[in-house]
Design a protein around this ligand. Structure first.
Ligand SMILES: *[C@@H]1O[C@H](CO)[C@@H](O)[C@H](O)[C@H]1NC(C)=O
Ligand SMILES: *[C@@H]1O[C@H](CO)[C@@H](O)[C@H](O)[C@H]1NC(C)=O
Ligand SMILES: *[C@@H]1O[C@H](CO)[C@@H](O)[C@H](O)[C@H]1NC(C)=O
Length: 408
């Protein structure tokens, strides 16, 4: 009896140690966030073990676990019709707001889900519910693209998939089939999906035939650059759930089919030190001492070394490619972008990626709304349903949908 008490106490202590992380006071629902983070960390560790044992790639294992938490088959209600189909060979899930006879054409959003270019799907309940809410509240057609993931494909295949499906959708006869107004289409995505949306936005805006196809872009805590992992937000949130810095750096390395041996060096910006050819000029485009307001920069120093590791960029030249890092695109690539919404969260390594992009777009003459949440954390917008419901999840979603309603 006594030994089982001791064992139980030890287990509880161990669980508490595993779950507990000190969080800033401003973050709401701290225990719920710790549990969410511990669950996700646990799933990552199980996946790493599976990988280590040679049973499966860790990202396949992790995605399997995530999808097991809730994949929804296509379904329909009185308000929204949901169908799974293919656009030019790319799987998509289409959400259509209800149609009445003689109704005007609908607005539309092409949506790209997050998950580090390696995880999740339009079919998991989190994204299915988000797109359903968008289709219903905006009475719109939402096309959520099932682009292929790492490790099945790597950069730039994800971009090719979303471009192919989007171009198919934009054909007049397809828009007509879905009763979509060709002048009221937006592109949007969260996290790695925000990265793909930004890349697609730039690709389209540089093509005279496609330039005016999007009325707007809406980027939710987007990933926008891999040159500086020491922006003030990366420094402030290096260990903040649910996306600590080392996890984000690993997603980048996986996206490029790289080697984790580089992760530690990249965390200290050794891949973009002053002796790395090509990196210096591009780092000037994300010079945050100039692009971020003093209220953010005042307590932080840039991390720039004179000597680092030139081998990293040689082996992973994709790091310097604006299609992977839309923040480093040149000014001409930015000036024809449509009206833009960027949502950022205070407790997110990616906060400053978003704020810097907003500033660069503004400087290029693009109309930008920056919607910052002081108590937000990375990923919060998909967490609106019990048991993973967060007040800031509901507020970010409402604010995003309201902006779309006002601007699309
Ligand atoms: C960064 O580069 C410097 C200079 O080459 C080297 O001394 C240091 O060990 C590197 N740091 C990491 C974490 O790789
Ligand atoms: C960044 O901007 C500051 C202020 O404008 C400037 O002094 C500094 O030289 C710039 N650094 C780089 C790497 O461009
Ligand atoms: C989450 O949902 C539960 C059950 O509906 C509710 O009692 C709770 O107040 C919600 N929490 C937040 C933060 O919205």
């Amino acid at each position: 009896m006594r030994s089982s008490c001791v064992l139980l106490t030890a287990l509880v202590a161990l669980a508490a140690y595993y779950i507990y992380i000190p969080l800033p006071e401003a973050m709401g629902d701290p225990w719920k966030l710790m549990l969410l983070d511990a669950t996700f960390r646990g799933a990552q560790q199980v996946s790493n073990l599976i990988h280590y044992l040679g049973l499966s790639h860790h990202l396949l294992a992790l995605n399997f676990i995530i999808i097991s938490f809730g994949k929804k088959s296509a379904w329909s209600s009185a308000q929204v019709k949901v169908t799974d189909t293919e656009f030019d060979g790319v799987e998509v899930r289409v959400f259509e707001g209800s149609s009445k006879p003689n109704e005007p054409l609908k607005r539309s959003i092409v949506y790209l889900h997050g998950g580090g270019w390696a995880l999740a799907s339009p079919k998991i309940s989190y994204y299915d519910e988000l797109c359903t809410a968008m289709a219903e509240e905006l009475n719109a057609v939402v096309v959520s693209i099932e682009y292929r993931l790492v490790p099945k494909v790597y950069f730039p295949e994800q971009i090719h998939d979303v471009a192919r499906a989007t171009k198919h959708f934009l054909q007049p006869e397809v828009l007509q089939k879905y009763s979509v107004d060709p002048d009221r289409i937006g592109i949007s995505g969260d996290s790695a999906g925000g990265n793909l949306a930004a890349a697609l936005g730039q690709q389209f805006s540089q093509d005279l035939n496609l330039r005016s196809k999007f009325k707007l872009q809406a980027l939710i805590y987007p990933v926008l650059q891999a040159l500086d992992f020491n922006t003030p937000s990366y420094q402030q949130n290096w260990n903040t759930p649910i996306l600590p810095r080392h996890v984000m750096v690993k997603y980048w390395v996986d996206y490029f089919k790289g080697n984790y041996n580089f992760v530690q060096a990249m965390i200290v910006n050794n891949h973009t030190s002053l002796d790395v050819e090509g990196a210096v000029a591009l780092r000037a485009r994300l010079n945050w001492t100039f692009l971020l307001p003093p209220s953010i920069t005042k307590n932080y120093k840039p991390v720039v070394h004179t000597a680092g590791n030139a081998k990293i960029v040689q082996e992973l030249p994709q790091l310097l490619d604006a299609r992977s890092a839309p923040l480093i695109a040149d000014q001409e690539a930015l000036q024809h972008l449509p009206k833009t919404y960027i949502l950022t969260c205070e407790y997110d390594v990616l906060r400053d990626d978003g704020i810097m992009y907003a500033k660069r777009l503004e400087n290029a003459g693009v109309q930008v709304t920056l919607d910052h949440f002081e108590d937000g954390f990375h990923g919060c917008m998909i967490f609106t349903r019990w048991p993973t419901n967060f007040s800031v999840g509901i507020r970010t979603r409402n604010s995003y949908i309201k902006w779309l309603d006002d601007n699309l």
